[in-house]
Design a protein. Structure first.
Length: 293
C-alpha cells in the first residue's frame, strides 16, 4: 500500500465543496423519483471488509470538489464517475475515496454524482454521459476559481462509470441541446483513466460498441482490468488495441486476479496495486508537476 493511500484512510473524510451540475432540471427529466438514498442493506456486499455507500434514485447531479493545498496543487484535476451498473452509485468506494487519494497527490479530485437509475433502456449510458459532458464543461469554466489548469482536466470512471467516462472521451457530439453559455466550453477531457470499464464490447467480445470510436483526436488513455473480472476485460483490451491502431498513447494493465468492484481498497489480489501504476503514469505525463501557468 502506498503511503498516500494509507494517509487518506487514516485521515477519513475530507471537506469538499459541492455544486449542482445543471442550473435546473437535467435534459429529459420529467418523472419524479423517490428520494435519493443509500440503498445498501445490512446484508449488502462489503469490499475489503467494509461497507459501501450505494446511492440510488439520483435526480440532481452534483460535483463534489476535493482540492489539494495550495502548496501541493499541481493544477491537474480529474472528474470521477463511480460505477453501479447504471442502477446505483458506489459513491464512496469509487468516488470520494478516490477523490481523497487524488487530493493527497496534488490533484483536484471531483466526484460526479450522475443520474441513476438509467433513464433509457435503449441507451442506458445516455444520462450519465450527458451529466459527465456537462460536468467537464463546468469544471473547465470554473478552472481558475479552483486552481486548475484548463488543459489538465481528465476523467476517470469505474465499471458503468467507466463506460460513461469512455464515451465522454470518445463521442464527438454533445448528447443534449445546449442549456447556457457553459455548454460552449469544451467538455473533452485531457486524458482518461478507465478502471474495469463495462459495456464497451459486443456480446461476442470481439468488437467495441459502435459508440466507442478511437481516432486521431483521442487523448491519452490509462486502462485497468483483472483477467478474472466477470465484466470482460476485453473492454479494456480492445480499447487499447484501437488506440494502438490509431497511434494514440495508451497504457493497459490486466492483472491475473482481482474480480470486479474493488475501487482503491486494499485486497490480497495483484490488481490492488493499480493506483501505484496510475500515479506513475500521471507523473510520466507531467500531470503531477507543478503547473507554471
Amino acid at each position: 500500500m502506498t503511503l498516500t493511500i494509507l494517509l487518506g484512510q487514516l485521515q477519513g473524510p475530507l471537506s469538499a465543496e459541492q455544486i449542482n451540475v445543471w442550473p435546473g432540471k437535467p435534459p429529459g427529466e420529467t418523472a419524479a423519483l423517490p428520494p435519493e438514498a443509500d440503498t445498501s442493506g445490512p446484508d449488502g456486499r462489503n469490499v475489503a471488509g467494509r461497507a459501501v455507500i450505494r446511492l440510488g434514485n439520483v435526480s440532481t447531479p452534483t460535483l463534489e470538489i476535493y482540492q489539494p493545498t495550495a502548496a501541493a496543487n499541481t493544477g491537474t484535476a480529474i472528474v470521477i464517475c463511480p460505477g453501479g451498473g447504471h442502477r446505483i452509485l458506489a459513491y464512496d468506494l469509487e468516488g470520494t475515496e478516490v477523490a481523497q487519494w487524488l487530493q493527497s497527490i496534488g490533484v483536484t479530485g471531483i466526484v460526479l454524482k450522475y443520474r441513476v437509475p438509467a433513464r433509457s433502456e435503449e441507451k442506458r449510458w445516455e444520462a450519465s454521459v450527458q451529466d459527465a459532458q456537462r460536468a467537464m464543461s463546468v469544471v473547465r469554466q470554473r478552472a481558475a476559481d479552483w486552481g486548475i489548469a484548463a488543459d489538465r482536466i481528465g476523467i476517470m470512471g469505474f465499471s458503468a462509470g467507466g463506460q460513461a467516462a469512455a464515451l465522454t472521451t470518445l463521442l464527438k457530439d454533445r448528447q443534449y441541446a445546449p442549456v447556457d453559455d457553459t455548454d460552449s466550453v469544451d467538455w473533452r477531457p485531457s486524458f482518461a483513466a478507465l478502471i474495469y470499464p463495462a459495456y464497451l464490447v459486443n456480446k461476442e467480445r470481439d468488437k467495441l460498441v459502435p459508440e466507442a470510436v478511437v481516432d486521431a483526436t483521442t487523448p491519452p488513455l490509462f486502462l485497468v482490468h483483472a483477467f478474472d473480472d466477470p465484466v470482460p476485460c476485453e473492454s479494456s483490451v480492445l480499447l487499447h488495441l484501437a488506440a494502438r491502431r490509431a497511434q494514440r498513447p495508451a497504457e493497459l494493465h490486466v492483472f491475473s486476479t482481482g474480480g470486479h468492484g474493488y475501487g482503491m481498497r486494499r485486497t490480497e489480489d495483484p490488481v490492488t496495486h493499480w493506483p501505484d501504476q496510475l500515479q506513475a503514469w500521471l507523473a510520466r505525463n507531467g500531470w503531477l508537476e507543478q503547473n507554471s501557468n
